[in-house]
Write a protein that binds this ligand. Structure first.
Ligand SMILES: *[C@@H]1O[C@H](CO)[C@@H](O)[C@H](O)[C@H]1NC(C)=O
Ligand SMILES: *[C@@H]1O[C@H](CO)[C@@H](O)[C@H](O)[C@H]1NC(C)=O
Ligand SMILES: *[C@@H]1O[C@H](CO)[C@@H](O)[C@H](O)[C@H]1NC(C)=O
Length: 405
């Protein structure tokens, strides 16, 4: 049954009703997951909704009964669907593999199962084909060796960008099945920032403390919007990456507005509204140079989205293995994301860039306090990353970095 369901992938053309529904569903899942994750993460956040969908897809493929049903409900997969459940991922993979030269995208995705269980042949193939994911056997009893094995594999798959994903404390005698997803993304801006315009500015962290950080500056013609909701106002800006396949969308609350208050208001509908309502404008931009690296276990967040069965003993994962002793122990994701001027190539810029003496007439977008961001994959209209920068402080960002420019 599942073989049939999953074999007939539809590549839904964008603009069609089906694709709009898919986009909304994906955005809703992304926003719901963000809300769930933010409950337990008060500082910086980054995670990949697309990666989380992939992880759930991997379990869904091998789950039956209630375990599968809960995933279908949360991802709003159609009961009567005759294919295309995860077509978004398939379109995404084909879109990125065609455009490899325009950005760096490294993905490591796998299902690790305790040695001694037998993985069904059909699952091995399905997992590889639909999710480009590996299925591997390890001995979780030897936690140290196991952490090393998986971390090394992730490091290798992400070309050294994501290291030490696991430590021996992550596994115990009861660990049976662990889902792993690691993503490194780095794109060049379509319109680059010039390093010589970067200057130190004060940034007010979420906790109210003030740090001096390198702020990239440019005057660019780009999509911009000013929105107001429940008497809270915020600005939204879109910065496309080279090739236009990905865009960074930054949501900046007004200075007197608490970021958590804005977060509570965000819905999928709104995210899509921003995207459709932003207009091209000339904007003076000040944007922190930052990087975030974060490892998350989605278990708790999935629980609050009503995906519980896959974590309990006796759940039906008979599409993966025949044993009834197998359930999901952890759903781990690690993301590395960085943002800089990207002057790694000669700046053949199309933007008008100025050594920024802020004028009063221009629209200004000054990111000197906490903000939210989304990285969209434009062809599939799916959310690759979503996050919050509460304090962009990072050891690399010291004055001497700037002085060495
Ligand atoms: C990853 O592993 C393969 C095969 O073991 C090896 O050929 C390759 O050089 C490794 N790549 C990195 C980046 O370590
Ligand atoms: C940051 O704020 C401190 C204290 O208000 C001030 O002394 C410092 O000059 C400011 N730094 C910058 C780069 O504006
Ligand atoms: C989870 O289930 C509860 C009870 O059925 C429901 O009230 C809640 O809306 C569900 N949450 C989500 C995110 O679907």
């Amino acid at each position: 049954m599942d073989k049939i369901l999953l074999c007939s992938f539809l590549l839904v053309s964008s603009g069609s009703q089906a694709s709009r529904t898919l986009t909304q569903t994906n955005a809703k899942f992304a926003v719901d997951l963000y809300q769930a994750v933010s409950l337990s993460h008060k500082s910086n956040i980054i995670f990949s909704p697309l990666g989380a969908t992939m992880l759930l897809g991997m379990v869904h493929l091998g789950a039956r009964g209630k375990a599968q049903q809960q995933i279908r409900q949360t991802l709003k997969l159609q009961e009567t669907s005759t294919g295309g459940e995860f077509s978004l991922l398939k379109s995404f993979f084909s879109a990125i593999s065609e455009k490899k030269q325009e950005f760096t995208f490294n993905l490591a995705s796998a299902l690790y199962l305790q040695e001694g269980f037998t993985v069904k042949e059909q699952y091995l193939h399905g997992n590889e084909e639909f999710f480009q994911s590996a299925t591997k056997l390890v001995d979780f009893q030897d936690a140290k060796a196991c952490a090393e094995t998986i971390s090394t594999w992730v490091e290798n798959k992400t070309h050294g960008k994501i290291k030490n994903m696991f430590s021996e404390d992550d596994f115990g005698p009861l660990t049976r099945l662990v889902l792993v997803n690691a993503i490194y993304f780095k794109g060049d801006w379509k319109q680059k920032f010039r390093k010589e315009y970067t200057q130190l500015m004060n940034f007010t962290n979420k906790d109210g403390s003030i740090v001096e950080i390198p702020m990239m500056k440019a005057l660019l013609r780009t999509k911009y919007g000013y929105f107001s909701e429940s008497s809270m106002s915020y600005q939204v800006l879109e910065l496309p990456y080279k090739g236009d396949d990905f865009s960074l969308i930054i949501i900046l609350p007004a200075e007197d507005v608490n970021i958590e208050e804005v977060e509570k208001l965000i819905t999928a509908h709104q995210v899509l509204k921003w995207i459709s309502e932003m207009q091209e404008e000339e904007v003076e931009i000040s944007l922190p140079r930052f990087k975030i690296e974060q490892k998350l276990d989605f278990k708790e967040a999935f629980f609050s989205l009503n995906i519980t069965e896959i974590f309990s003993g006796g759940c039906d994962l008979s599409g993966i293995t025949d044993s009834s002793e197998v359930y999901v122990s952890q759903v781990m994701q690690k993301i590395f994301f960085e943002m800089n001027e990207d002057g790694s190539e000669a700046a053949a810029s199309t933007g008008v860039q100025i050594p920024v003496i802020m004028s009063l007439t221009q629209t200004q977008f000054i990111v000197n306090h906490p903000f939210l961001f989304i990285v969209m994959n434009n062809p599939t209209e799916s959310i690759l990353f979503m996050g919050r920068v509460a304090s962009p402080d990072s050891p690399k960002m010291k004055r001497r970095d700037l002085d060495s420019l």
